[in-house]
Ligand binder design. Sequence first.
Ligand code: NAP
Length: 300
Amino acid sequence: MGAKIISGTEIAAQIRAELKQEVDRMKEQHGVVPGLVTILVGENPASVSYVTGKQKTAHELGFHSIQDSQPADISEADLLALVEKYNKDPKIHGILVQLPIPKHINEKKVLTAIDPDKDVDCFHPVNVGRLVIGGPEARFKPCTPAGIQELIVRSGFDTNGAEVVVVGRSNIVGKPIALIMMQKDKGANSTVTVVHTGSKNMDAHCKRADILIVAAGVPGLVKPEWIKPGACVIDVGVNRVGEKKSEKTGKMVPILKGDVDFDAAKEIAGAITPVPGGVGPMTITMLMRNTVMSAKMSIK
Ligand code: NAP
C-alpha cells in the first residue's frame, strides 16, 4: 500500500484559516493588529521573492505589514538604527531581516540587535536558549522546525515515546527540530537521534525511526531500504537538479528534488512529505503564527 502524502500546502492553508480567525478576534476584542516588518537589504532576486511571499501572506491575514527595502550600500550603523526604530515601535510585533545581507555588515550584530521578544524568526541567541530550556520559557519556535512538528502532529502521528531520527545538524533545521521533539511537551516527548557526516551506520539509525526527518541538502541521500515500514518521513531537502519548461508560463523553472528517493520511499513509508509542497509552505505560515503569538503577548 502506498504512503499517505502529507500535504504541507493543505495543512498550511488550514493553519492560516485558524490564524485569520485569531487575528480578527484580537482586533475585535483588544484593538490589537499583529504588525510584521520585513527588512530587505539590496535586491537579491531570491530574497525579493521570499520577502514578497511573506508580505503577501501577512496582508492576507490582515496584519499591519511593512516591507522596508534598503539599498545594498546601507551602512551597518544605519541598519542597526533601523532595527532599533522597529524595536521601539509598539505597532510592530515581529521583525525579520531577510538573509543574506551584504558582506560589509556584520550579520550576527544585526540579528542580535533585534529585540528577542520581536524575533519571530527565532535566530537570536536568547530565543535559542529559551528553546533549549523549553516549557513556558520557550517563546518562539524557529519557523521551518515548527512547521515540521505541525506536519507530524496534524498527520496524526503519536510523537510520545516515538523514535525520531534527524539527518542533519544545522542551526536552522537539524538542531532546533531535535530540541523541539525531545522536549517534555505535547507533540514531542520523543527519543531523538541526530546523524550527520560524522555518523557511522546512518542506514541503521534511519531504519529505527518511527519518524524520520531529513535535512541534509543531498538529493536522494535516504534510500528506500533505510526506511522502517510505516514510518513518517519528513523530507526537508530542496535541491535543484535541473530545469524544465513550465506548462503554465512556458518559462524555464527549476526541477526540485528532496533528500529522500520519494517514488521508492512512498511504497514503504506510512506517510511522506513531497518536494515541493511539503515542508516549504509551512515555513512562512509559522512566521505568521509567531507574529500573532508576539502580538498576543503584547496585550496587557
Ligand atoms: P546545511 O546547513 O547545509 O546542513 C546540512 C546538514 O546535513 C549538516 O549538518 C551536514 O552534516 C548534514 N549532511 C550533509 N550531507 C550529509 C551526508 N551525506 N550524510 C549525513 N549528513 C549529511 O543545510 P540546512 O540549512 O539544514 O538545509 C538542509 C536542506 O533543507 C537543504 O536542501 C535546504 O534547501 C532545505 N531547507 C528547506 C527549508 C524549507 O522551508 N523547505 C528550510 C530550510 C532548509 P555536517 O554538519 O556534518 O556537515
